[in-house]
Design a protein around this ligand. Structure first.
Ligand code: SAM
Length: 283
């Protein structure tokens, strides 16, 4: 077992720093301070990141780091840190490592007993999920699906039985094809597309895949696609549960006792007081 006490020494460290996904005001104070403090910053596309760094007057030298050269660059990063440098990794947008490079360096740093410091911030998938209106107590993050249509279809078939909300990243070039597959497999299931988040043309489309296909020509830019979970099983199960089991089900999902009680009352279409009575007063 290894234990990391992140801030108990002044050794040079590896920083994974989130950057905005559109609106520059989403950079955090801690991200700015960290990027100003480190000796070197690794990023995906130096042309993209230099704009961010110039905007915030950050002077650290920029080096590029891609998925295809992760191993080689990670070795360099470990060498930098061991020779006394604090190193940050950023991606073009959002949290590094999430559908972006950085994981290999995190793994290697842990192996080398170098502290890994996460400077969190916005991530497109989480931002989209929060605004989607779909059940967010549990979700499945699928990242990018396969770029080959047949493989993507297989992946979406596999996901169809999931009870959790499904969150995937999709490119505007593939969205029409993906919506057709979703329509075929998921039919009337509610989906939400969140596009251009935090930017001027931010938009949420909420409906069925068929409805989205009618306006697909207007669905452009960066987007997150979310598919509501398969709740057939949940609905059936919940109606056959006792109130105690029903309440426990929501506690297990992570709701606090007040929220769980409220949700049981909503599902059973009775007052919260009635549920409270059964759960606590009859004991
Ligand atoms: N690491 C990033 C994060 O934490 O959000 C994700 C990087 S991934 C390479 C890029 C994908 O994220 C895009 O293709 C899109 O699906 C999604 N994305 C990024 N910015 C977005 C935005 N402003 N609005 C909607 N989706 C966005």
């Amino acid at each position: 077992m290894k234990r990391q006490k992140t801030f108990e020494n002044n050794n040079p460290k590896l920083y994974l720093v989130a950057t905005p996904i559109g609106n520059l005001e989403d950079i955090t104070l801690r991200a700015l301070n960290t990027l100003k403090m480190v000796d070197i910053i690794y990023c995906e596309d130096t042309r993209t990141s230099i704009k961010l760094l110039n905007h915030f007057e950050i002077k650290a030298p920029l080096h590029s780091y891609h998925l295809f050269n992760e191993n080689e660059i990670s070795e360099k990063i470990m060498h930098n840190i061991k020779s006394g440098m604090n190193v940050a990794i950023i991606s073009d947008a959002g949290m590094p490592v999430i559908s972006d490079p950085g994981w290999v360096a995190v793994r290697d740093a842990i192996e080398e007993e170098i502290e890994v410091v996460i400077v969190p911030g916005v991530s497109a998938g989480i931002t989209a999920l929060v605004g989607s209106g779909l059940n967010s107590y549990k979700y499945y993050f699928g990242g990018f699906l396969n770029s080959k249509k047949a493989k993507r279809e297989k992946e979406l078939e596999k996901l169809a039985s999931k009870e959790e909300t499904i969150v995937i990243y999709e490119s505007p070039h593939r969205i029409e094809e993906t919506l057709k597959i979703i329509d075929k497999i998921y039919g009337e299931r509610q989906i939400v597309i969140a596009r251009e988040l935090t930017k001027k043309h931010e938009e949420y489309l909420r409906g069925t895949a068929k409805e989205m296909l009618e306006v697909v020509d207007t669905i452009k830019g960066e987007m997150v696609v979310m598919i509501s979970g398969n709740d057939e099983k949940v609905d059936k199960d919940l109606s056959s549960l006792t109130i105690e089991e029903h309440y426990q089900y929501y506690l297990d999902l992570g709701l606090d006792s007040k929220e769980a009680l409220k949700q049981v009352a909503v599902d059973k279409n009775v007052s919260k007081k009635d549920i409270y009575q059964v759960l606590f007063k009859n004991k």
